[in-house]
Design a binder for this molecule. Structure first.
Ligand code: NAP
Length: 310
């Protein structure tokens, strides 16, 4: 049976949850869908120290607090892995693996997911030494030598997190300069347990007895092939949009992100996008929350202007 609501919000990270708060408080019948647990990427983030109001807060704890705000606002949070969104005149049909929803407005806040390196060994040792989540897996590598691949904010932030419990953290980066923000770089350069391998193109994650045992890489400067031993490989080489289910809608750019105007309106009337799923430089909880509030409010304005609200 199709559920009819005013707005369906897809994705319960900080953008989706904030959109749900604003939509529900504007008295819209609001459904917030997620294919996992609410919180999004915050669940994979140890400490958040740049969200004003909290001097320092654990990612999952901030997610929990946002969810309480969603509940207080009166939005309905439901499980749903969205398979497709289809246009039906002025309405949008959101099809999940278990339900169908019909709504005149949809807000997409599906975020982004970790890019893979696509080198031999990555897939077979995933969960056996290869990880994309330091917060989830650091405890398995207490007092071991671990490696982080990447040079952005995630690689350095999670490298610092790992350094609290690992014996050593080696950051393998493909250039001789980090992309991470200066304050993170400074902390990492000063950390006694963190060292760097520069200009290194990872070519293989090596294993022994079904577990990661090392890394083979090419030194871009000398052209030499080199190897070193490591027990854990944490891969942080960027992010990709989570928009596969939206292929049928004409709202994606050439790389799969969803461009919007400053009111979070996509190319398709009545469809809004907020948070990490938009093409942008600053993917933060703060920006996601700001965009979520605009999207929630604009969904209301749209429904009001089009006469959907009686
Ligand atoms: P990112 O900023 O895109 O950085 C990806 C890193 O991986 C870059 O250093 C890149 O190298 C490297 N890389 C990409 N493809 C590679 C490949 N095939 N092989 C080896 N290395 C590769 O991604 P991110 O660090 O996941 O961050 C994503 C977004 O979240 C960013 O907007 C970031 O600012 C934000 N974020 C913020 C915080 C914070 O504020 N504390 C924390 C985490 C994330 P190059 O530098 O050579 O391109």
């Amino acid at each position: 049976m199709t559920k009819e609501v005013d707005v369906v919000i897809i994705g319960a990270g900080p953008a989706g949850m904030t959109a749900a708060v604003y939509a529900a408080r504007a008295n819209l019948k609001t459904v917030l869908l997620d294919r996992g647990i609410y919180g999004g990427q915050m669940n994979n983030t140890a400490d958040i120290d740049n969200y004003p109001g909290f001097v320092e807060v654990q990612g999952p704890e901030l997610g929990e607090k946002m969810y309480q705000t969603v509940q207080n606002a009166g939005a309905s949070y439901e499980y749903g892995d969205v398979q497709a969104v289809k246009l039906e005149g002025d309405y949008k049909r959101v099809i999940t693996d278990s339900e169908e929803y019909l709504a005149p407005a949809v807000i997409i806040a599906t975020g982004s997911e970790h890019k893979h390196l696509n080198v031999p060994g990555e897939e077979i040792y995933s969960g056996h030494g290869v990880s994309y989540c330091a917060v989830c897996d650091a405890a398995f590598f207490r007092d071991e030598d671990v490696t982080v691949i990447g040079g952005g904010d995630s690689a350095i932030q999670e490298g610092l997190y790992l350094a609290q419990s690992a014996k050593s953290v080696t950051v393998v980066h493909r250039r001789d300069q980090l992309r991470a923000k200066p304050e993170l770089q400074e902390k990492a350069f000063k950390h006694p347990k963190i060292k760097f391998v520069w200009n290194a193109l990872t070519e293989e994650i090596i294993g022994e007895d079904g577990k990661v045992s090392g890394i083979r890489y090419k030194d871009k400067v000398s052209g030499e092939e080199k190897e070193f031993a490591t027990k854990g490989v944490f891969i942080y080489v960027g992010v990709l949009p989570v928009t596969k289910a939206l292929d049928g809608l004409d709202i994606l750019d050439e790389n799969g992100w969803i461009p919007t105007d400053e009111l979070m309106r996509t190319r398709q009337e009545g469809i809004f996008a907020a948070g990490d799923v938009r093409p942008k430089d600053l993917r933060q909880v703060t920006t996601a929350v700001g965009e979520g509030s605009v999207a929630g409010q604009e969904a209301y304005n749209y429904l009001q202007a089009k006469g959907f609200l009686k």
